[in-house]
Design a protein around this ligand. Structure first.
Ligand SMILES: *Cc1c(COP(=O)(O)O)cnc(C)c1O
Length: 478
């Protein structure tokens, strides 16, 4: 039996691998070290305390209000985690045959089915790993569709309120992006649309409700104009939380859709993923979807690779399976109440908007959907811009709203409470926001000194960008 790999160390040893049981030491004695490695040692309890302390520094939806506009930071039911962690799912190798994977395939098939119903689309692929990835896949489909029709269409129209991923996806796919202005009501300007429309236009990309939280009232006219031009409509489904059960992209005239399952259908995504951005298409584009899609022949579920015009694969296997399980669990559990989810999300947003619009500017003062956008212009004049309002909120155990987006609102504060917050929590947020507005009016310095309660305090953002200090230690300047 070989000993002395680690020396006993004042009772703070972690694992003592020197004391391996007889017969389990397979290395010849002559190759083993005779002296200590002198590795730092910590007991299991100390290690646990370290990681717990680190995790406590994180802000998450379970810790406080998280009104990050556009991101739909709703509560993620814990039952989703339990189900995604079932051994039958986690230990199932994706290369197993269809016969051995019937349960998982059935789940994927059913999820495709229910997403068809929710979006109104005729076929779904679950592969894309996020919203932006869905956009790219959707643009690839649109491109290939026109190629097979031997039509050369090179442009994609994008409203100026759009999320940045929209032009990025279109551009990455080789399209030229044509921006159109919103009108004074925050809606797509029909005249501006007509002015840029020609036979080179492949599609328009839209979010409805748009990123101002406003429903595009002229959507039917827009889809008519686009289709008459032979162009397609792409629906960015990031704001789906506002419309479930009330309407769907098919009824609005869209041809290709992505849905951010991690937003609307609950998966923790504050750390940036993994997510899932399934895409749906109308009948004439079915054949273009990425493969495989999951089909059922009346007896068994199977992976169908046989799509004539498929754009190919966009992700290994079927996408982020765990996120798909969570979304399916959420949809089954919520059932017909998906409609109530949207009702409550819209109600909560309008409640906050009405309570806050006196203290902050509200450039587009209309009934909103699941989110709304304030402007910090007034506060900026008083000495503390939106950036500092956001930082000041961190000292109130509140995640800041999305800031400086959409780009068409100065000093934007984009607020999305979601349906999972109750009135008491919304009232607390209102109180904090009103307090901060008053503080800035009287003493903007206070906001400029925030945050004080977070692990990292006030950051010199210019220095951080110019001289990034990637090895943070207790002595680092930032
Ligand atoms: C979140 C979002 C996207 C991008 O989705 P990801 O899942 O983050 O890639 C696109 N458009 C809008 C409006 C969004 O809010």
């Amino acid at each position: 039996m070989t000993k002395v790999i680690f020396e006993k160390n004042n009772g703070i040893d972690g694992i003592n691998i020197a004391d391996c049981p007889e017969g389990t030491n397979f290395i010849d004695e002559k190759f083993l070290r005779k002296t200590s490695l002198n590795l730092p040692q910590l007991s299991e309890l100390e290690v646990m305390r370290h990681y717990k302390e680190l995790s406590d520094k994180n802000f998450c939806i379970e810790k406080g209000f998280y009104p990050l506009g556009s991101c739909t930071m709703k509560y993620n039911p814990k039952v989703n985690e339990m189900l995604a962690n079932l051994e039958g799912f986690t230990n199932l190798h994706p290369l197993r045959d269809d016969e051995d994977s019937q349960g998982a395939l059935e789940l994927l098939y059913n999820l495709q089915d229910v997403l068809k119903e929710i979006t109104g689309m005729d076929a779904i692929s679950l592969q894309p790993a996020a919203g932006a990835h869905g956009e790219l896949a959707g643009m690839m489909i649109i491109k290939k569709y026109f190629e097979t029709k031997c039509e050369k269409r090179t442009k994609v129209i994008i409203p100026d309120s759009a999320h940045g991923t929209n032009p990025s996806s279109a551009y990455m796919c080789g399209f030229e992006c044509v921006e159109i202005k919103s009108d004074e009501k925050g809606q797509v300007d029909i005249d501006a649309l007509k002015a840029v429309l020609d036979k080179d236009v492949a599609a328009i990309m839209m979010t409805n409700p748009n990123t101002l939280g406003l429903f595009e009232e002229n959507i039917l006219e827009i889809s008519k104009i686009m289709h008459e031009n032979g162009s397609l409509l792409y629906y960015d489904g990031a704001n789906f939380n506002a419309i479930m059960g009330y309407t769907n992209p098919k009824l609005m005239g869209f041809d290709v859709v992505h849905i951010n399952l991690h937003k609307t259908f609950s998966t923790p995504h504050g750390g940036g993923g993994p997510g899932a951005g399934p895409i749906g298409v109308v009948e004439k584009l079915k054949d273009f979807l990425p493969v495989p899609i999951i089909d059922y022949d009346g007896e068994k579920y199977y992976r169908n690779y046989d799509l004539k015009n498929s754009i190919g694969k966009v992700k290994s296997f079927y996408g982020n399976f765990g996120v798909l399980v969570r979304a399916y669990a959420y949809i089954l559990m919520t059932g017909k109440n998906l409609k109530t989810v949207s009702e409550d999300a819209v109600l909560n947003a309008n409640y906050l908007k009405e309570k806050l619009k006196g203290a902050y500017d509200l450039p587009y003062d209309y009934s909103c959907m699941h989110e709304f956008v304030l402007s910090g212009d007034r506060q900026k004049e008083q000495g503390a811009s939106t950036l500092w309002i956001a930082k000041r909120l961190m000292d109130e155990n509140t995640h800041p709203p999305t800031v400086y987006f959409p780009l068409i609102v100065h000093e934007a504060l984009m607020i999305e409470p979601t349906e999972t917050e109750n009135k008491q929590r919304l009232d607390e947020f209102v109180e904090v926001m009103l307090k901060i507005a008053k503080e800035i009016e009287q003493n903007p310095e206070k906001a400029l000194n925030s945050p004080k309660t977070t692990p990292v305090k006030k950051i010199d953002e210019t220095l951080a960008a110019r001289q990034p200090d990637l090895k943070w230690t207790k002595n680092s300047k930032q």
